[in-house]
Each structure stands twice: as structure tokens, then as C-alpha cells.
Ligand binder design. Structure first.
Ligand SMILES: [Zn+2]
Length: 102
């Protein structure tokens, strides 16, 4: 198991997990049950890990692509989910709350 991404935001880590799972990469979330507010130490941030070491390079390539795209769209306004009306970052393709297509 290799950790490839961690962030103070569980929503962001979960979003990247969904993307990797959609690409057929088995993943695992570490520290997902801890609140970053209670434990504001990077070591305890939610961390996205991949189950199979051989997926490491593929997973990194996918994440780097996504992060690059997100940085170019960073000023985009939030999109409200058509299903549950929660605001989502413009870079999300599915709602973080209900998983509907945006
Ligand atoms: Zn929704």
C-alpha cells in the first residue's frame, strides 16, 4: 500500500479517490474517521492510498493530470448540484454530497 495524496479536506481526498476508483485502481482512505479540526497535523490528514503497488505510476499520472486541470480552472465559481443543490467546485464532475452528475 502506497500513500499518494493527502489533504486537510476529506471532501477533496474523497473526490480523488472516486476518480482513481473509476479508473479501476483499488484505493484505501487512511485517517478518514478523524476530523482535521481536532487534529490539525498533516500526519493525521485524510490520506488516499493505493492498494496495489503496481498501480502507483498510473495513479500518480491520473492525479497529476487532474490537479493540473484544476489549477487552470481555479477561479471558476461553484456549481450547485442539480439533484441536492449543494455547491460543488467547478472542477468536480460528480456531486461530493449525493454523487449525481453535475
Ligand atoms: Zn448532490
Amino acid at each position: 500500500m502506497i500513500e499518494i495524496f493527502s489533504d486537510i479536506s476529506p471532501v477533496k481526498v474523497g473526490h480523488y479517490q472516486t476518480i482513481l476508483e473509476e479508473q479501476g485502481i483499488a484505493t484505501f482512505l487512511r485517517n478518514n474517521n478523524l476530523s482535521a479540526v481536532e487534529v490539525p497535523i498533516p500526519k493525521f490528514y485524510p490520506a488516499l492510498c493505493i492498494m496495489n503497488d503496481e498501480d502507483h505510476q498510473k495513479a500518480l499520472t491520473i492525479l497529476q493530470d487532474i490537479i493540473k486541470k484544476e489549477q487552470t480552472k481555479i477561479s471558476s465559481p461553484d456549481i450547485n448540484c442539480p439533484n441536492c443543490n449543494e455547491p460543488n467546485p467547478a472542477t468536480f464532475e460528480t456531486c461530493w454530497s449525493c454523487s449525481s452528475e453535475l
